[in-house]
Design a protein around this ligand. Structure first.
Ligand code: ASP
Length: 338
């Protein structure tokens, strides 16, 4: 009898091992995952000095480390997203917080949003000029108010009330962004641009982050100065939930960057999540469908980063470059060009 059991076990063993390893590969999910972008656009190696390239890689890598430290120690995806974006907002290399682009009138008007995939709560601010870290204000709108989106002076009073650091608008000034603003303004005046759409600064720098924590919660956030020389308090996709940012534990988290007018009309972030949730598409196919097919066909430039509930990461863009990076336990990588 014992021999019979032994024979059955020996016969079944290879079969059992194969089944289990297949299963574990299919369901292999990282304990946590983090992905970031620092804007998509005409970013070419010929346009960036080696020194600047190094600075970008260093910033992206540091941002990932900040987020990873939080996730590794069991922190929430929301805390990771906020900390990463605060770091990128404080870094003048990126078009968010310090380093934001200028409006046609020579101001810096900032937009940011955040969403928590566990309960689909969300918060955003738009057109703010005195909040040092707009992502913190967006989170406060989400957690400390019954609203989702606050704009301009009202958003600033709210942030101040909640003890968020305020700065003089001059804090956001950088020579590099001022010079592109002046250059584009000259071009625009010379070309007597007939449309009200600002001349696009092809080098973008919006920042975004998506994280999946050990509890399986996905969060996404985006922060930007918008598009250079924007007029009339123009607001892009970044502070709009469903357009520039989206997170739902049932599908995925997404943060976008690119020509906001198209991202709003195509509700890009939600569209990717909908393809994942309703069509059962894998996140890479869904993101490529939206970025390369839908937006690609109409010449709308940009990209996105995302993570699905299984921890699969996507970084999809239809421009020559996108500052980006990701990490999962044991692996951290950063990229700039295609
Ligand atoms: N999407 C941003 C906006 O349109 C800009 C960017 O991502 O570069 O405001």
């Amino acid at each position: 009898m014992k021999n019979l059991h032994f024979l059955i076990l020996v016969f079944l063993l290879p079969f059992l091992i194969t089944c289990n390893s297949k299963q574990s590969i299919k369901h292999q999910k990282p304990e946590y995952a983090l992905v970031i972008h620092g804007g998509a656009g005409v970013i070419l190696p010929t346009d960036i000095s080696k020194e600047k390239e190094k600075a970008y890689f260093f910033s992206l890598d540091t941002a990932l480390q900040i987020g990873e430290n939080i996730l590794k120690n069991g922190g929430s995806s929301l805390n990771a997203v906020e900390a990463v974006i605060v770091f990128l907002e404080n870094d003048s290399l990126f078009n968010a917080g310090k380093g934001a682009v200028f409006t046609f009138d020579g101001k810096n008007e900032l937009d940011a949003s955040v969403m928590f995939g566990k309960d689909k709560t969300a918060g955003s601010v738009a057109g703010v000029t005195t909040i040092k870290n707009p992502i913190k204000a967006a989170r406060a709108v989400m957690e400390k108010s019954p609203h989702v989106l606050m704009v301009g002076a009202g958003a600033e009073s709210f942030a101040k009330e909640k003890g968020i650091e305020m700065v003089d608008p001059s804090y956001f000034f950088t020579y590099e962004r001022w010079n592109s603003h002046q250059k584009l303004k000259k071009q625009e005046v010379e070309n007597k641009d007939k449309t009200d759409i600002p001349v696009a600064d092809k080098k973008k720098g919006t920042v975004g982050c998506v994280a999946l924590d050990k509890e399986g919660n996905i969060s996404a956030g985006t922060s930007t100065g918008g598009m250079t020389n924007k007029k009339y308090n123009r607001v892009g996709d970044s502070p709009l939930i469903g357009a520039g940012t989206y997170a739902d534990n049932k599908s995925c988290g997404i943060s976008c960057t690119g020509h906001g007018e198209f991202f709003i009309r195509y509700t890009v972030a939600k569209d990717v999540a909908a393809l994942v949730e309703y069509k059962n598409m894998d996140i890479q196919t869904a993101a490529d469908e939206v970025i390369h097919q839908k937006l690609g066909k109409i010449g709308a430039e940009g990209g996105l980063v995302g993570i699905d509930k299984e921890g699969n990461i996507v970084m999809s863009f239809n421009t020559p470059g996108m500052y980006r990076g990701y990490c999962i336990p044991g692996k951290r990588e950063t990229f700039i060009y295609k």
